[in-house]
Design a protein around this ligand. Structure first.
Ligand code: CP
Length: 296
């Protein structure tokens, strides 16, 4: 089955994926699948693509390599025809990152699962699941946690997926953003960065997407007003953690010295991405420990 949006998953199904990921991480011997996947990344990626590759290798999934720049995409082939080609030559599932929001609506006539690895400024459900696993490992539950998501909310697929999921799971979600990057279609309150550091159990920083903001390149100004400075970190609750989906603009969203500080779970998030993506593959393919249809 497909995983296109975090809203495809009920709370119960989210918890089953997190449990499966935890078991995979502890056992180190997840079920070995005999499948082939195509990773179709039309936008750059390091973490998502590499951790899907690692998850596939650890799960016994062969990979079809695909680079848009050297494929028939350069001759104008559509996303639909590209994915139908993967299906025709024997891919068992596809993982897609694409610049078009809701690109998957073009892909309804497929018999193989689609896993969304990011659709424009839409959603990033697999990032959300690895973030949820990181928070669950830290606090044991989401109920009553104060999670503050800070940054370019308007253009962030990570913010959207996480805000939806965390609210459903019982966390209190608050946002920090400069006024022109606020998304008022989301029903969460905005607070200042100074308030955020004092109340957050989880301070989730977002990357400033410089490729979308040619006019905004003043790192120091951003850090001072909206970022996590060394002074602000000192005001955080004793057990509060710092998260960031990365890549990080060191010295912009966060002072570089804090990226690997005691509170930071940034590299833990990346580690968790592998087990979570293994669990997602098992779930979408109805293999391994999860044998249920994710969409029902
Ligand atoms: N967090 C994340 O999606 O990183 P990449 O763009 O490197 O995949």
């Amino acid at each position: 089955m497909n995983l296109l949006s975090i809203n495809d998953l009920s709370n119960e199904k989210i918890f089953r994926i997190l449990d499966e990921a935890q078991v995979i991480q502890e056992q180190r011997h997840p079920p070995f699948l005999d499948l082939t996947a195509a990773l179709l990344f039309y936008e750059p990626s390091t973490r998502t693509k590499m951790s899907f590759e690692m998850a596939c290798k650890k799960s016994g999934v062969d990979l079809l390599t695909f680079t848009p720049e050297t494929s028939s995409v350069t001759k104008g082939e559509s996303l639909y025809d590209t994915v139908k080609t993967m299906e025709a030559i024997g891919a068992d599932f596809v993982v897609i990152r694409h610049h078009k929001e809701r690109y998957y609506e073009e892909l309804m006539n497929l018999s193989i699962p689609v896993i969304n690895a990011g659709d424009g400024t839409g959603e990033h459900p697999t990032q959300s699941l690895l973030d949820l696993l990181t928070i669950q490992q830290e606090f044991g539950s989401f109920e009553g946690l104060q999670v503050v998501i800070c940054g370019d909310i308007l253009h962030s697929r990570v913010a959207r997926s996480n805000a939806y999921a965390l609210e459903r799971l019982g966390a209190k979600v608050l946002l920090v953003s400069k006024p022109e990057w606020q998304d008022h279609s989301l029903s969460f309150d905005y607070i200042s960065m100074n308030e955020a550091v004092e109340i957050a159990d989880v301070l989730m920083l977002l990357r400033v997407q410089k490729e979308r903001h040619e006019e905004y390149k003043d790192d120091q100004h951003y850090l001072k007003h909206y970022g996590l400075t060394v002074e602000r970190e000192k005001l955080m609750k004793p057990n509060a953690i710092i998260m960031h989906p990365a890549p990080i603009n060191r010295g912009m969203e966060i002072d570089s010295s804090l990226v690997e500080c005691k509170r930071s779970r940034i590299f833990k998030q990346m580690t968790n991405g592998v087990a979570v993506r293994q669990a997602i593959i098992h779930a979408c393919l109805n293999k391994g420990g999860i044998s249920y249809d994710l969409t029902h």
